[in-house]
Design a protein around this ligand. Structure first.
Ligand code: AP5
Length: 214
């Protein structure tokens, strides 16, 4: 029986940060659809090139591109014990696709990280990511040990192109319209738990450990 976590929440709620911590803790593979898209973009694949214009505008990338990337990742042997999903699903049709991939006996828990828009805009404007390994930092709350450099690989820390205020606001609008309906979808299945996304990282992780006792 696989153990799977879906991290749901608006841009900046901490899905990537929390997901990476849980992945270390539970030894489950973290699958971030945003990171997969950015990798394709960096490598200049056809899918990456097609995705770019949507990502630059803060819009969702068409399902056929994202679903193919996620399905490929989920077929890897590393997923044998289960996965932690960050940023997928993001629409009801993606959720239906994921339901088809999970086996009926698999355990699935959805953690909804909740936070309000002004907090998220402010938090994302202070986010930096490693250009090389993708590790996520926050200039105030989770700063690197050496300014501008990644603690893990020494790579350069950069600001994501879509972390400009007008694009963040657009991503939040898209989230409310297309992704927020998933809250009710998973609440109806009785697998959703709500956790504040604006607290300290340790508190968020402890809260999740109280809910998911693995
Ligand atoms: P994606 O990369 O998934 O972006 P997002 O959902 O907008 O989420 P973010 O990565 O911005 O935020 P997060 O919640 O992971 O927060 P983080 O942990 O970094 O998607 C980008 C684009 O790709 C989309 O706009 C779309 O175009 C496309 N895309 C992706 N998936 C798709 C899909 N399924 N379908 C279609 N299109 C798709 O944290 C944010 C900051 O806060 C960091 O600085 C972090 O250090 C800090 N922080 C986090 N938690 C804490 C804490 N507890 N305490 C202190 N600081 C914290």
């Amino acid at each position: 029986m696989k153990k799977n976590i879906i991290l749901l929440g608006p841009p900046g709620a901490g899905k990537g940060t929390v997901g990476s911590k849980l992945s270390e803790l539970w030894g489950l593979l973290l699958i971030s659809s945003g990171d997969l898209l950015r990798e394709h973009l960096k490598k200049g694949t056809d899918s990456g090139i097609r995705a770019k214009k949507y990502m630059d505008r803060g819009e969702l990338v068409p399902d056929d591109i994202v679903v193919a990337m996620v399905a490929k990742e989920m077929s890897k042997p590393l997923c044998a014990r289960g996965v932690i999903m960050d940023g997928f699903p993001r629409t009801l049709s993606q959720a239906a696709m994921l339901d088809r991939i999970f086996d009926s006996e698999d355990e699935v828990r959805v953690i909804y990280l909740e936070a309000d828009d002004d907090f998220l805009v402010n938090r994302l404007s202070l986010r930096r990511v490693c250009d090389s390994c993708g590790k996520i930092y926050h200039l105030v709350n989770l700063p690197p040990k050496r300014e501008g450099l990644c603690d893990l690989c020494g790579g350069k820390l950069v600001q994501r192109d879509d972390d400009r205020e007008e694009i963040i606001r657009r991503r939040l609008e898209v989230y409310r319209k297309l992704t927020a309906p998933l809250i009710e979808y998973y609440r109806d299945k009785e697998i959703l738990s709500v956790v504040p996304g604006n607290g300290r990282l340790e508190d968020t992780i402890n809260e999740i450990k109280k809910i998911v006792k693995w």
